[in-house]
Design a protein around this ligand. Structure first.
Ligand code: GTP
Length: 227
């Protein structure tokens, strides 16, 4: 991207494999380094697809795309039948013990891990069996924190968490994201209020982009599910 920018997209269209209808159409978007963008819109509008495009997972068919290296935090946390350590170090196999300790603390998971029978070497069951929803989301955060890319792509990062856990997780994400660019796909108000701008996407097109302080920004927030 241009100097000072994390993302620049011009006239981008994209198709999912095997589909002959564009899932993203005429996308123009520029994101500055350190800027936070929320992407909102109905179910099926293309929010997750836009994140996939920015992560490089979904190729652009037309137009031009430039983005700094990004890490995608998906809606569902993929956990493997392995130790907590193994589930964490897949994000950075060279992470030191001190670094693992730091990211677990930043994710709010340290006390839980220390209370487990074998600490960080406790084995998880398939799909993270043995962890609560909040614990597995925090493990996903710790994994994200190990990926020091300038751009983080968050897909409904607190969906399914209770209010108190969600606020804690969002606060931790926000603190660790200082200086990075964020794109947050969401339909929940609490996840969009931390953004500098909100993009509304429908039918694969960006219909509107508003900035904090503008009336349209407040209107966009009002469309979202209350916390
Ligand atoms: P929610 O997550 O439900 O809020 O929707 P979203 O706004 O994130 O939409 P998403 O980007 O997931 O989907 C946009 C369109 O692409 C929908 O019509 C989906 O059915 C379709 N789609 C999503 N993933 C795939 C895929 O892997 N293959 C194909 N062929 N279509 C997909």
């Amino acid at each position: 991207p241009l100097p000072g920018y994390a993302v620049s997209l011009a006239d981008v269209s994209a198709f999912h494999e095997g589909s002959n209808a564009a899932v993203l159409k005429d996308i123009d978007l520029a994101l500055r380094q350190g800027e936070r963008l929320a992407v909102i819109g109905s179910s099926g509008a293309g929010k997750s697809s836009l994140l996939a495009l920015l992560s490089g997972e979904l190729p652009a068919r037309t137009g031009s795309i430039a983005a700094t290296p990004a890490t995608l935090l998906t809606q569902r946390t993929e956990l493997f039948e392995d130790s907590l350590r193994g589930n964490l170090t897949l994000a950075d196999p060279k992470a030191s013990e001190a670094r693992l300790h730091d990211v677990l603390a930043a994710a709010g998971l340290l006390a839980d891990v220390e209370a487990m029978p074998q600490g960080i070497d406790t084995r998880l069951g398939e799909g993270g069996l043995g962890l609560s929803g909040g614990q597995s989301r925090r493990l996903a955060l710790a994994r994200l924190f190990l990926r020091a890319t300038p751009l983080w792509l968050l897909d409904e990062p607190t969906e399914g968490l209770d209010g108190a856990t969600a606020r804690d997780v969002l606060g931790r994400l926000s603190a660790m994201a200082a200086g990075r660019s964020l794109v947050i796909a969401t339909h929940i108000r609490r996840e969009a209020v931390i953004a500098d701008r909100i993009a509304v996407i429908e039918g694969g097109r960006i219909l509107d982009v508003s900035r904090r302080g503008e009336v349209a920004f407040e209107k966009a927030l009002d469309r979202l599910r209350p916390d």
